[in-house]
Design a protein around this ligand. Structure first.
Ligand SMILES: Nc1ncnc2c1ncn2[C@@H]1O[C@H](COP(=O)(O)OP(=O)(O)OP(=O)(O)O)[C@@H](O)[C@H]1O
Length: 237
């Protein structure tokens, strides 16, 4: 039984504190749905969960171990699907999937690609190059990547964008099957995806009001001379 949790997370993007005091916990078979207004920090949280950026404070743990301790292990167990489909325009759909599988060191790659193409109903597009795909077909190809190779954690940022109603239903079914195999899925969406009883994490509940953010900036500025004094002392020693 796997356990994925975050405690007291604060996220800084650029110079802006996006959210603070955010905690969550998920176990094998769980689904966590992120929601919140535009800019609330759903993508940012997914990037923290993927280990692509570090939280400003707080930590993320997999089976009790901080994911920052072994990023390679965390990347190996995680499939992260961001906003960008990252489909190479000059490669065919099959070659895109093959490249991805090779990068992840997937064994028995060709049958795995066939299964993913079938699951996403894009087998007929296998020989089409990326540049000729519609946005929905690109999204399905990106989702097919998630099915290639073993993973314990799916992090899906707006997976339904560009998908028609039928594809959304198929995605919900793939999520159900993944959960049935003990996977944990965290996803953001602005539309209703038919996923059974997800835990809902509303990022609006963790927004840091501008006034608090400004106070924090003042604190940081006040701290700066102290830090400078400390580092010049350190240099003198
Ligand atoms: N690369 C970046 N550099 C600086 N600030 C960023 C960056 N990316 C996002 N932000 C800021 O971080 C905040 C959170 O953005 P994020 O994309 O995580 O929100 P979101 O909830 O996913 O939004 P949406 O629903 O519009 O996709 C926003 O205020 C945004 O302007």
């Amino acid at each position: 039984m796997a356990d994925f949790s975050g405690s007291d997370l604060t996220c800084l993007r650029g110079e802006r504190l996006v959210f603070g005091g955010l905690s969550f916990s998920a176990k094998s078979g769980d689904a966590v749905m992120l929601r919140g207004r535009n800019g609330a920090g759903k993508s940012s949280l997914l990037r923290l969960m993927a280990g692509l950026v570090a939280p400003r404070s707080g930590d993320l743990r997999w089976n009790g171990e901080n994911i920052a301790e072994d990023r390679t292990a965390h990347h190996a167990r995680t499939h992260y699907l961001g906003h960008q489909d990252a489909i190479k325009p000059v490669l065919t759909v099959r070659d895109n999937l093959r490249l991805w599988g090779q990068l992840r060191g997937v064994r028995d790659l060709e049958p795995a690609i066939d299964r993913a193409l079938t699951a996403l109903q894009i087998h007929h597009l296998a020989r089409v190059t990326g540049r000729y795909l519609s946005s929905g077909q690109k999204r399905r190809t990106a989702l097919a990547r998630v099915l290639i190779g073993h993973s314990d954690l799916w992090l899906l940022d707006e997976p339904t964008v560009g998908l028609d109603r039928e594809s959304c239903a198929e995605l919900a079914q793939l999520i159900t099957e993944f959960r049935g195999r003990g996977g944990i899925v965290v996803y953001s969406t602005h539309i209703d995806l038919d996923v059974e009883s997800p835990t809902i994490l509303d990022l609006d509940d963790f927004a840091i009001p501008m006034v608090e953010w400004l106070a924090e900036q003042d604190e940081l500025e006040d701290m700066a001379p102290t830090k400078r004094a400390a580092s010049s002392q350190e240099a003198a020693q």
